[in-house]
Design a protein. Structure first.
Lengths: 269, 307
């Protein structure tokens, strides 16, 4: 009989059997103290090499620590979706399909993918991105909604609903550093798994209701849908010729906010 | 022939390095032939890719009477202490620093014009001891030390090579991996893994080859007839026994015939590899050129799959 004691994961809230060294839902090490800065930013859990995460009948194994690889063993009727250019390798048996998205023309004009690929069937398929960084494993429970910087998602399980949200306000679009849209992932009736790739290191902070923080827009990685984002211009005057404006994002809680430390703009095709 | 992952034998008298497969010294902290940590358990994924054992900071590799020390583990530096009779050759832009007494000269290559047109380095630079000389590449990743037995060869994708000892002969061959698309006015030919591939062969004596992989490096040993599809630009090296061909897949589903406009031609371009032999990939791959326009011709061994 299975013992009743379980270990709760501080990162995702999932429960793992006692004796587990990493969370079965998100892969976060369970026997490592959380690293939280004095200002309240928590480092995303550094996944141990070869950590495994289970979702549905499938398993995701994370390999490497410079440019980590997410390797999926698809089981049952599970499927995952992703942008096609993040594929690293696959077994011959893994089936490939495409899933066109609504509002495709708008998305295409905005430089976002409007066809995402789906991998299904029995077999293995692996993904990685084109820069050093960290994988962020975000298990989504029914009712959760996450907004993610465009092109930051590596893969997502098929039970999650994928759409996008238009960034409101011309100022936010022009100066927000991430274009017109953000990806939105919604877990409706079933839980699912979302894996992001953050450039450099990834930090998360939980904002209380009404609490806000000012952020370099290029550093934004993900947020709960309840967190709002507004661009504010900071005037930098030199005393001569009026000075320059600097655009920063005000993020207001309640909810989680994730940032990346290497915030160059990376073009993807 | 090195065949990772092989469990390390821990008996000090007959310790065998799991990475390079050679009898090694269990008393030291790293293998003197390839720098892999001693007694490391090769971390292999469930699917059979073994992760390159990260060379410990300051590990020493010996070749001839010379040493190479690997420093740093983010953008590692290969720091050579060359003995009087030993030499290495390298592509010139990887040189980080050197002692004044180290002699540098060019090693002209045959078939230079063809290389020039293919974008390969026309001139290799060689350094002769005694003295110290160090090399690094401009991106975070891992150094791969490949000791080559006498007569052993390895095929390396272009621009991956860093340094080889003078016992290793250098040649190249055409990859034969290409496809042609219809451009605005004429057809364009694309080479997903480049036009040429380097081949390094140890002559009468064993030699050492150092490569640089961007991101993390994974190796697997394909059984005879076993196949795998990889992103072409992730390939690092392979044994000459591993054959390659272009593999094109078209997605299926309700929208299988749907042609997206933009820069994706509703297809996945793969490099298909068939064993027996080793294959290594890097997780930080380069951008792969595929303009998305219709394919009009491909290399003759190309396989296709419509899902």
């Amino acid at each position: 009989m299975e013992p009743l004691q379980r270990i709760a994961c501080d990162w995702c809230g999932g429960q793992s059997p006692t004796g587990a060294t990493s969370c079965v839902t998100c892969g976060a090490p369970l026997n490592v103290e959380n690293l939280v800065s004095d200002s309240g930013w928590r480092e995303a859990p550094r996944l141990r090499d070869m950590s495994e995460v289970k979702f549905g009948s499938s398993v995701c194994q994370v390999e490497g620590e410079i440019v980590p690889v997410a390797e999926i063993t698809l089981g049952g009727n599970d499927a995952i979706f992703f942008e096609h250019h993040v594929l690293l390798w696959k077994d011959d048996s893994v089936r490939m399909d495409v899933m066109p998205l609504q509002g495709g023309i708008k998305r295409a004009l905005a430089g976002m993918p409007f066809v995402v690929s789906i991998a299904s069937g029995q077999g293995r398929v692996a993904f990685s991105r084109d820069a050093s960084g960290e994988l962020v494993v975000l298990p989504l429970h029914p009712g959760m909604e996450m907004d993610v910087r465009e092109h930051a998602f590596l893969l997502c399980s098929h039970s999650i609903n994928y759409s996008y949200t238009r960034i409101k306000g011309l100022r936010n679009i022009l100066f927000g550093g991430q274009g017109m849209f953000m990806d939105r992932f919604v877990a409706q009736s079933a839980p699912g798994l979302l894996i992001l790739h953050g450039y450099g290191n990834v930090f998360e902070r939980r904002l209380a209701a009404g609490e806000s923080v000012i952020l370099e827009p290029g550093g934004f990685l993900y947020k709960d849908a309840s967190v709002t984002m507004n661009i504010e211009t900071q005037k930098l005057t030199t005393g001569f010729f009026g000075g320059v404006g600097m655009n920063l994002a005000r993020m207001t809680g309640p909810g989680r906010l994730g940032i990346q430390s290497m915030y160059h703009h990376h073009h993807t095709d | 022939m090195p065949m990772p992952p092989t469990p390390a034998t821990t008996d000090a008298s007959r310790y065998r390095c799991p990475w390079c497969g050679h009898a090694s010294d269990a008393g030291s902290s790293s293998c003197p032939r390839c720098g892999a940590p001693v007694d490391v358990r090769m971390a292999a994924s469930d699917s059979g890719w073994a992760q390159l054992p990260a060379i410990k900071d300051m590990a020493r590799i010996q070749f001839g009477q010379s040493f190479c020390q690997i420093e740093g583990n983010y953008v590692p530096v290969a720091d050579f202490k060359l003995d009087g009779g030993d030499g290495v050759y390298f592509t010139h832009h990887l040189l980080l620093w050197k002692d004044e007494q180290v002699q540098i000269s060019t090693m002209p290559l045959a078939k230079g014009w063809k290389r020039l047109f293919a974008g390969l380095p026309l001139i290799m630079t060689q350094a002769r001891g005694p003295g110290r000389i160090a090399f690094s590449k401009d991106s975070p990743g891992e150094l791969i030390a490949l000791p080559l037995d006498a007569g052993q060869s390895v095929d390396v994708r272009e621009h991956v090579f860093m340094i080889a000892t003078s016992q290793v002969a250098y040649d190249w061959f055409q990859t034969g991996i290409w496809f042609a698309t219809m451009g605005d006015k004429s057809s364009e030919t694309h080479y997903p893994i480049g036009t040429f591939m380097d081949r390094f062969t140890a002559g009468q004596a064993p030699g050492l080859l150092l490569l640089h992989g961007n991101g993390n490096v994974f190796v697997r040993n394909l059984q005879p007839g076993q196949t795998i599809a990889i992103k072409p630009t992730s390939l690092l090296f392979k044994d000459p026994t591993v054959s390659m061909n272009l593999h094109l897949e078209n997605p299926g589903g309700a929208y299988g015939t749907y042609q997206s406009w933009g820069r994706w031609g509703n297809r996945y371009v793969w490099l298909h590899l068939r064993g027996p032999g080793r294959v290594a990939i890097q997780s930080h791959f380069e951008h792969m050129e595929d303009p998305g326009s219709p394919i009009v011709n491909t290399e003759p061994r190309t396989t296709t799959r419509q899902w």
